[in-house]
Ligand binder design. Structure first.
Ligand SMILES: Cc1cc2nc3c(=O)[nH]c(=O)nc-3n(C[C@H](O)[C@H](O)[C@H](O)COP(=O)(O)OP(=O)(O)OC[C@H]3O[C@@H](n4cnc5c(N)ncnc54)[C@H](O)[C@@H]3O)c2cc1C
Length: 286
């Protein structure tokens, strides 16, 4: 199918973007990598008056590493982040999760900001953002604000971003002393997972002293698993995790849809927790 008619704008500065988004006489949509928006346009599920293509605005794709956090520009391409040696050293869970997103051709275009703003509940990077308590920097004509990832993701394809706001950057705390990994089960490599899990632990003498778990595909949005995190504390990753698995199963109410039933997803959640624990017991990402 062909998209409905729309006006196309190509701003060259951040100020021009937010000026276009602030106009109330037209419904404007940001075009980043286009890997989700263009199919939505072609299927006529999105019918904006104006498409604001932000690909020619410089300065939105940076990678900045500080002692306590990594700040990634919203327009950073997943393929670039996947290969960035500085990011690989500072926050390896991000490139690890990126390698599970779609295929190389799609990652060449897909942006970090597009992945987060699209807010597919099964997507990997929103789960990483929630597990790490990432902070999302949003900018509008009238000023900027920062939103915690847990509050940003609200429901299926729905975030707290207002139509006039642009996501400019994402700040990921580094959680020194933690090691993280991402595990998922999907039908084929590159598909959205049925269930995905970002799993992080801090260990002392092999015993978990703190944990951070967030799942994808287990709710209408990426979800932290606080009961499972609490149950992990005091355990060894190689030990009996039955209490942790039961806590995780009890605190989620996964959707049943054409891809799988709720009980199927609950079972997969237990499986990815076991797999992630085994991997982190052997090292995992820092
Ligand atoms: C075959 C295929 C397989 C895929 N598999 C996966 C997968 O396994 N896991 C996964 O997570 N994703 C997957 N995707 C989705 C892909 O990663 C999308 O491209 C991504 O979700 C959207 O990123 P984008 O940069 O292309 O954004 P776009 O398509 O340009 O935009 C998506 C939405 O976000 C908004 N938006 C984008 N950037 C901003 C911004 N900076 N500020 C405000 N709003 C913004 C747009 O207005 C639009 O509503 C797949 C896609 C395809 C086509």
């Amino acid at each position: 199918m062909k998209p409905p008619a729309f006006d196309y704008q190509e701003p060259r500065t951040l100020d021009e973007i937010v000026e276009l988004l602030a106009r109330t006489d037209q419904d404007a949509t940001v075009l980043a990598g286009g890997q989700s928006l263009v199919p939505l346009l072609n299927l006529r599920l999105a019918r904006p008056d104006v498409v604001v293509d932000i690909n020619r605005v410089p300065g939105l794709d940076g990678v900045e590493v500080a002692d306590d956090a990594v700040v990634l520009g919203a327009m950073a391409r997943l393929a670039t982040l996947e290969r960035d040696p500085v990011l690989a050293d500072a926050l390896p869970i991000v490139p690890e999760a990126i390698r599970l997103v779609a295929h190389p051709q799609i990652r060449n275009r897909t942006t970090l900001g597009g992945s987060l703003c699209h807010a597919d509940p099964a997507a990997e990077l929103p789960a990483v953002a929630v597990a790490l308590d990432a902070r999302l920097h949003l900018r509008a004509r009238d000023g900027g604000r920062t939103e915690e990832a847990a509050g940003f993701f609200q429901s299926v394809f729905t975030t707290s971003r207002r139509p006039e706001e642009l996501l400019t950057a994402v700040e990921f705390p580094r959680h020194q002393g933690f090691r993280f990994c991402f595990e998922e089960v999907s039908r084929r490599h590159g598909d959205f997972p049925f269930v995905g899990l970002c799993f992080g632990v801090r260990l002392e003498d092999g015993v978990v002293t703190a944990a951070r778990l967030a799942g994808a595909g287990i709710a209408e949005r990426p979800l932290r698993l606080p009961a499972a995190e609490a149950a992990l504390v005091g355990h060894r990753l190689s030990g009996d995790l039955a209490e942790v698995l039961d806590a995780a199963s009890a605190e989620v109410d996964p959707p049943s849809d054409i891809h799988g039933t709720a009980s199927f997803r609950r079972g997969l959640l237990r499986a990815v927790i076991r797999r992630a624990a085994a991997r982190l017991d052997q090292g995992g990402s820092r």
